[in-house]
Design a protein around this ligand. Structure first.
Ligand code: 5BU
Length: 472
């Protein structure tokens, strides 16, 4: 059964029945995790599996019952499937009939004094299960057991026990986080945030949830105003004006292809990312044309050079060679691996030209080593070089400092990988769950037969996700 639970959690995450971000719950509390099981009606195979696992969980618990009743509305189809597949009669609780005297609250036949099992999708405080139990009991039924798909583990189980109801769950928040972490679906920082939330928002007696106001999320404009570095200020300003937090990665091999793509996607992007060293015909004319397009469409040019050598060598690589990167790229990036010398070297070339740099704190590729203490040390290095480092390439938000920009590659609307280690998340996941400021999309845009429309789709998805963060 545990393999099936694991697969189910992954499926629920994939269909966004489990979401991470900033959500206002019914109670008015801000939560970093949200379960929206209503969507499962659109996925019959998943819905059926949920119903089967609910049934097996109940049977394993030894609960005895003559009828089943789903808490309206999300659990209704689940109870229906359990009833139909296992030949156990169902009852329907009417939600809208407020007047107990005139309307029937419970539809279906039952014997007074018989037991009814309550079926629920998510339990937080247990109040919805309790309410349904009270209605069932008001017509003479007995409720001793309830079964739930997801227990948020905020004290609902204990509350129901006090009310004489034994709650059994298929999965709890802790196990859900463990599964999603093991499959690298969410970063550790997000899992930790949810664990903190569960700890601090228990419904157990004496531990009533504090009404917590989440910290205000600053807009791109507000953050730009806080920045010292001109490139960071310009980028935030472009993002706000163009309503775009999309960077397109122009991983193409000829100048003509890169320029054509830049012109097509220009209106939809805040930044164009290049890999100059994959081009066969890099030239000063190319640089001139690209700079003109950047001025015309208003985007930042980011050369994804990933410097990773001693200071003296990266200085040459940045200033000299075939590419003279410092002459045309507003932004470049570096690995923290060599130590702060890499930044000292780059700075000596870049600062005078008002260029900026990102540090690679996390990577999107499977099995990469930029994790844990390495990532933490990278953030520290950035903090020590704020005159040049304006943010990170990362897979999650690494600091609350609003002047650091987090850019996340490995984003696609469909597709989970490329067979060469790349791992994709959706724009929503990148911006809401992982709190990226900018999403970086390569093949999702340039491989599309209509790159302009594709860029527009990514722009809309990522900007709506940002607006969701602002509003919550
Ligand atoms: P894709 O086609 O969307 O998979 O391209 C992603 C781009 O981002 C590509 O240019 C990579 O070199 C770059 N990238 C990445 O994918 N993952 C990382 O961790 C880093 C860069 Br750092």
């Amino acid at each position: 059964m545990s393999d099936r639970v694991e697969q189910l959690i992954l499926d629920l995450f994939a269909i966004e029945a489990v979401k991470f971000g900033d959500f206002t719950l019914k109670s008015g509390i801000q939560s970093p995790i949200y379960f929206d099981l209503r969507v499962i009606v659109s996925y019959p195979v998943i819905m059926n599996e949920v119903a089967e696992l609910l049934w097996e969980t109940t049977k394993k618990s030894g609960a005895k019952f003559a009828t089943v009743c789903g808490v309206p509305y999300t659990a209704l189809p689940l109870a229906t499937l359990m009833s139909a597949h296992h030949d156990v009669p169902m009852l329907i609780r009417r939600k809208e009939a407020k007047d107990y005297g005139t309307k029937k609250m419970i539809e279906g036949k039952f014997e007074i004094g018989s037991r009814c099992l309550i079926v629920e999708d998510v339990v937080t405080s247990g109040s919805s299960v309790k309410e349904t139990a009270q209605v069932l009991e008001s017509v003479g039924l007995v409720v001793t057991d309830a079964v739930v798909l997801l227990d948020r583990e905020q004290g609902g189980k204990q509350k129901l026990k006090e009310a004489g109801i034994e709650l059994k769950g298929i999965c709890g928040t802790a196990q859900l986080l463990e599964i999603l972490r093991r499959h690298e679906k969410i970063p550790e920082s997000v899992a930790e945030q949810v664990r903190d939330f569960v700890r601090n928002n228990s419904f157990l007696p004496g531990l009533e949830p504090p009404v917590k106001k989440s910290r205000k999320v600053l807009s791109y404009r507000e953050r730009g105003d806080l920045c010292q570095h001109p490139v960071a200020r310009q980028l935030f300003s472009i993002m706000e004006k163009k309503k775009s937090n999309l960077a397109v990665s122009a991983d193409l091999c000829t100048a003509e292809q890169v320029l054509q793509l830049a012109d097509q996607v220009g209106p939809h992007i805040c930044m164009l990312k290049t890999h100059a060293d994959i081009m066969t015909d890099f030239s000063t004319e190319f640089v001139q044309s690209l700079t003109e397009l950047a001025d015309r469409h208003q985007f930042i040019i980011f050369e994804d050079r990933k410097f990773a050598d001693i200071g003296s060598t990266v200085q040459h690589q940045y200033r000299d060679g075939l590419y003279h990167i410092a002459d045309w790229a507003h932004l470049t990036n570096a690995h923290a691996l060599p130590g702060s010398g890499v930044l000292e070297g780059l700075k000596q070339v870049g600062l005078d030209k008002k260029r900026a740099c990102l540090l690679i704190a996390e990577m999107s590729s499977k099995g990469n080593l930029a994790t844990g203490d390495y990532t933490k040390a990278t953030v520290k290095m950035a903090e020590e070089h704020k005159d040049f480092v304006v943010g990170f390439i990362s897979q999650s938000q690494l600091t609350e400092d609003p002047t650091f920009i987090h850019m996340t590659p490995g984003v696609q609307l469909s597709g989970s990988g490329d067979g060469l280690g790349q791992q994709y998340v959706s724009p929503w996941d990148a911006v809401v769950t992982r709190r990226a400021d900018v999403i970086i999309v390569g093949r999702g845009v340039y491989k599309d037969p209509d790159p302009a429309s594709a860029a527009q789709r990514y722009q809309t998805a990522a900007f709506e996700a940002y607006q969701h963060r602002l509003a919550n």
